[in-house]
Design a protein around this ligand. Structure first.
Ligand code: ADP
Ligand code: MG
Length: 602
């Protein structure tokens, strides 16, 4: 094979691959250009997940008619002059590659006018060739329309995901810029439908409410810039919002970090955020956070990655600890009542406490069965994790399981049930102090983990057959029922349409045994109607959550000691015992130390 220089268009298409990976990358580059142009209003329109069309319009400074062709040339930029400028970058772009790359793999139309020019200009470029250029009247600013992305690079096209996935990436991208630039008005439209709008108030909280929803936002804590740790440190400012410990998620993807207005991927800094919650978060759970980190431009190298998703810090440790300190002080600063801390078992063993507790346990089991303490000694009995067949088990449901199941590892210490308050909370003692357990939340957690384990093991879910009960539903619930019929069947329901909005319930999951089937179904549908949070869990998981909620003991139900004991035994072996499946706490811990302090013993 002879060596030859690649034709210009082929070289451009290859180079474009680095910058334009998917439709969201185009949105990113165009939005960054708009921000660099000083826009206060940015409108993004997308069709078919960006494959058909992406349009970004801004009210920024515009491009001079004499320079529009130049803007599309490779390495053409107005943002830096010399290599030294790279060390003090104040703009999002500087490589002069985006427009060139986008034009190499799509059909681009750019319409623009600079403020002091009487007329604007429109230019169309297809596969790198100018196919149209004309003057026209247009407002100050720039509109770039990108059509048929990757039409001339079939290999790329093949790798694109479905429109829904690409739409999600684009929404996330635009949301991120809206968060980083709260003073800019953003709007995003998919298929002509507005999906996001911000008002440019300059308040991060206003944007965050839009993106997280008011419910989640209520549980966010403001992170306020801290004084630098050492006088000679470069000033690193961290501000934003982070979630209260009980509001947590199963992965790190809800931690969004910005450095000097740029969204960055940095697993070390994400770890700094999680670290700041030390002992406050259950294992394997992560906070939701949006943090804006500002530091002098010469402290960051943004030229590490063509898409600039990664940055390098001159002093990574200083940034790590600045983030950790800011988040930690926000989280600790809002701890509810001074004496009560959220679950942190394993710490706070007071001297002598453990020993006295053991003495108490022994005394109780040997000499004072009338106090109900003998239940503690019968741990082997409640090992089955079901108390079916017990005389007073009417309120508690457990999912029936075959015998011989190995015990799951313990995630909480052994707790000794002391009683119930308000028919809603169980009071218990553990090696590290006093525990208050929310009976409903705890039972929900237990049932949810059992149900998920059965599904994972692909075991059929036990059903209870009923004398068919009929139920008449409002129109919306009936539609919802039909939509979710398959999922409900997989979870153990047997429901058949009985004409109109009437249905016949023939069986329910065994964990709903003892509940009124029609009422349980009605609650599940009502919960479903309230909507599922997008992207949080599979539909089946969502429905399971509602089933568990309906099946769990309610606040207000009086429980016998045996029932409470069984519930606590099961909770002790849940994977995530500290929160209910909705993320609310199941237990509150008051350490032995705190008790001693409250009573003036220290
Ligand atoms: P870079 O942003 O790295 O400079 P681009 O290829 O993205 O490179 O853009 C090239 C140039 O075109 C920019 O430097 C800027 O001068 C101009 N430009 C691009 N988009 C806009 C816009 N929306 N408003 C004003 N000028 C723009
Ligand atoms: Mg750019």
């Amino acid at each position: 094979m002879t060596i030859h220089i690649l034709p210009e268009t082929v070289a451009a298409q290859i180079a474009a691959g680095e910058v334009v990976e998917r439709p969201a990358s185009v949105v990113k580059e165009l939005v960054e250009n708009a921000l660099d142009a000083g826009a206060t209003d940015i409108r993004v329109e997308v069709e078919e997940g960006g494959r058909r069309l992406i349009r970004v319009g801004d009210d920024g400074c515009g491009i001079s008619a004499s320079e529009v062709e130049l803007a599309f040339a490779r390495h053409a930029t107005s943002k830096i002059q010399t290599i030294d400028d790279l060390s003090r970058i104040h703009t999002l772009g500087f490589r002069g590659e985006a427009l060139h790359s986008i034009a190499a793999v799509s059909r681009v139309t750019l319409t623009t006018r600079q403020q002091d020019e009487p007329l604007g200009v429109q230019i169309r470029i297809e596969g790198g060739e100018v196919t149209l250029r004309r003057q026209l009247g247009t407002p100050t600013g720039t509109v770039v329309t990108v059509e048929d992305l990757f039409y001339n690079t079939p290999a790329r096209l093949k790798f694109l995901k479905g429109a829904t996935t690409e739409r999600r990436h684009i929404s996330a991208m635009v949301s991120n810029y809206a968060l980083a630039y709260p003073a800019v008005r953003f709007s995003l439209h998919h298929e002509g439908r507005e999906v996001l709008r911000t008002y440019g108030t300059g308040q991060l909280s206003d944007v965050l409410v839009k993106i997280l929803g008011i419910e989640t936002f209520r549980d966010m804590i403001e992170v306020i810039p801290q004084q630098p740790a050492h006088g000679d440190q470069p000033s690193i400012e961290v501000h934003g919002y982070t979630s209260a410990p009980h509001q947590n998620r199963a992965n790190r993807s809800h931690i969004t970090l910005f450095v000097n207005g740029r969204v960055i991927q940095d697993s070390s800094l994400a770890y700094a955020v999680t670290q700041a919650y030390h002992t406050l978060l259950p294992k394997g759970r992560y906070p939701i956070a949006t943090l804006l980190i500002t530091l002098p431009p010469e402290e960051v190298d943004v030229n590490v990655h063509p898409a600039k998703a990664e940055v390098r810090f001159r002093n990574p440790d200083a940034v790590f600890s600045a983030v950790q300190r800011a988040v930690r002080s926000a989280v600790v600063g809002q701890a509810p009542a001074p004496a009560v801390q959220l679950p942190g078992f394993g710490q706070g063993y007071a001297p002598g406490w453990q020993e006295r507790r053991e003495r108490l346990l022994q005394a109780g089991t040997r000499r004072r069965p009338e106090l109900g303490l003998e239940i503690e000694a019968r741990e082997s009995r409640s090992r089955g994790e079901t108390i079916a067949g017990e005389p007073d088990d009417h309120a508690l449901t457990a999912i029936p399981e075959g015998p011989g199941r190995p015990l799951k590892p313990r995630t909480l210490p052994v707790l000794r049930v002391l009683g119930q308050i308000g028919a809603a909370y169980i009071v218990a003692e553990g090696p590290a102090g006093l525990y208050l357990i929310d009976q409903h939340a705890a039972h929900e957690r237990i049932l949810f983990e059992q149900l998920m384990a059965q599904r994972a093991a692909q075991k059929p879910i036990a059903q209870q057959t009923l004398e068919a009960a009929t139920i008449e539903l409002p129109m919306s619930s009936a539609a919802l029922l039909e939509e979710n019929l398959e999922t409900l069947t997989a979870l153990g329901f047997d429901i058949e349409p009985f004409g109109g909005q009437t249905f016949r319930i023939r069986a329910v999951p065994a964990l709903l045994a003892g509940r009124n089937p029609a009422e349980a179904l009605r609650t599940i549908l009502e919960d479903l109607e309230l909507g599922t949070k997008p992207g949080q869990a599979t539909l089946e998981e969502q429905v399971s959550l509602h089933v568990c909620k309906a099946a769990a003991v309610k606040a207000g139900q009086v429980l016998s000691v045996a029932e409470m004991q069984a519930l606590v035994r099961q909770l002790e072996r849940c994977e995530t015992p500290h929160t209910c499946p909705h993320g609310r706490p199941t237990l509150i811990h008051i350490s032995a130390d705190q008790l001693a302090k409250e009573f003036g013993r220290t």
